[in-house]
Design a protein around this ligand. Sequence first.
Ligand code: PMV
Length: 344
Amino acid sequence: MNNINRTIKVSTPSNIAFVKYWGKKPVQYPLNPSVSMTLKNCVCEMDISYQSVENGSFINNFLFNDQKNEKFLKRLEKYLNSLKEICPYLENLSFSIKTNMTFPHSAGIASSAAAFGALGYALANIEREIDLISLEEVNQRASFLARLGSGSAARSIEGPYCIWGDHHQIKSHDDYALKFTNIHSSFKDVKDVILIIDQNEKSISSSEGHQLMNDHIFKETRIHQANQNFIDIISSMRSGDWEQFGGILENEALTLHAMMMTSQPSYMLLKPNSLQVIQKIQQFREENALPIYYTIDAGPNIHIIYPKNYENDAENFIKTELSEYCENGRYIIDHCGTGACLTD
Ligand code: PMV
């Protein structure tokens, strides 16, 4: 590689799982297939300058939201080190990375999915620039590389929906996520309002949570259930059956937390206000017969999912009846997006 000195700018969103990935096999393969919605406004913007050097020093400059961040830098360095075998060209590059998140850290939106999605997408584009892959291969390669940093990041490259993980009936892969196509028109524009119930850092990381699935008493039952939910949610998103979709969505959210509560050791990430909000949503849906459902990531914050044409009713309800359960009344309004892009 001769005298390269370039900058690549990418923007990559986070995503929220409808069917959850929980538990993994080496190397960052999911125990079960998952389905997700790619967000639009909650993105990681990343500028990566890369230079050819004799012996790669990897990251020689790193800023996260305009500040040094040793913890995240260490995680990125560990990630790049782990890629040396599959990306030998890294030995001859050094990087300067500037990262900006458009959403608050610990807001219940996976920042690692957006950050590793951005890094995977940037690396895949670098591979295209140095003629290792073609333009058509970029997204698949990006998803593959992102997965090795954070499993769910594999699903941040394409949008509005992705599937990831082997399934015997559907063309879906463990190695990388695929855009999920042939959806019903009522799923073309879907909103996600994230209620910030508690902004404190989680008491246990996702990696520790995944690990607890290895010896979980309900491991096999969970794998079986997720495979069935995967098929059923895909079918509901193709037929436009919001009732079936919502039932699975909420069942998946509660199952994720049930797995946490029944692991050894057990732990609980939901807060009293998370439960209050869940009950309010169920009641509002029953009283008004509206397709407004919730999901939850690995934390106490609640994602409210509904078709855009119900936004007036939904957002009025959120503002008047749910915002009081949020920390400082905060919530983030987002909707489905198309995935990673170059911004330069
Ligand atoms: O990507 P990881 O390894 O941080 O795992 C995240 C798993 C969940 O967010 C809890 C569920 C999912 O499928 O995104």
